[in-house]
Write a protein that binds this ligand. Sequence first.
Ligand code: ZN
Length: 310
Amino acid sequence: METKISGIHHITAIAGNAKRNYDFYTRVLGLRLVKKTVNFDDPGTYHFYYGDEQGTPGTILTFFPWEGIVQGRRGSRQATEIGYSVPSGSLAFWQDRFEKNNVIYNKPAEKFGQKYLTFLDPDGLKFELTEVETDTRKQWLSPEIGTENAVYGFHHVTITANKMEATAQVLTELLGYKLAATEVNRHRFVTNAVEYAAIVDIVEAPGEPIGHVAGGSVHHIAFRVKDEETLMHYRDRALAMGLHITEKIDRNYFYSLYFREPGGVLFEIATDNPGFTVDEPLEELGSNLKLPAQYEADRQEIEKVLPKLD
Ligand code: ZN
């Protein structure tokens, strides 16, 4: 069991204005900022991690906010939608909240027997809130959002493909997902290795133009493994399938491998260890600017160029 992929670890997307992103996710959506650091490849840019209290894998949404970035476009060869689970009966609350906060949303609809609400974040990134009967994950609560409405964590992520076969093969043969259901052109793949954040949907849309990954787009999807030994097991297996996969990379809060699946979406595999409390106590998560060791000497300059959030 321990060598399995345990669903989604995190999802990373691209934003424009940092403060607008921070305000939307912490206040409107009510997530916890669990880490405020910089893009390790571009230290003049933030890297925000939002999630539950501890930043549990399966709840973590991360952003690179690049001021002035061009707008991306949803399309094929992309992850096109991020799904969160919310309590049964909470969609009316969210509709009202979106209305009051000028959030673009659609009327609730239903698929696979579950009610959901689609909305866009301030950069146009597409989300769904899906009502679920039971979810035992401990929610992060904020002054305006209590247990009866607060998000639990990821429900699913959706990939759009012109032809789904190659992507489906990676999901099933490498990552352990199984096709569980199909509605029209949406194919739902589920792993039984974990209870939550266990769903990847592929929407097969033959005529859909190729999307452009930029502002308001998903950058990559990270899948979850227990530890580094399991990580390297997947590296061997990916190589055996002919995929081009990176060496192990230390991301401070997890260890990672990256590869582009044949359908064009960047996939990552990331470990549970060491987690977000490696450089900050639980109570203080997200309240300090944390820098990787190689940038600590430049802290003053980095703090000067990073946008203010208050
Ligand atoms: Zn990542």
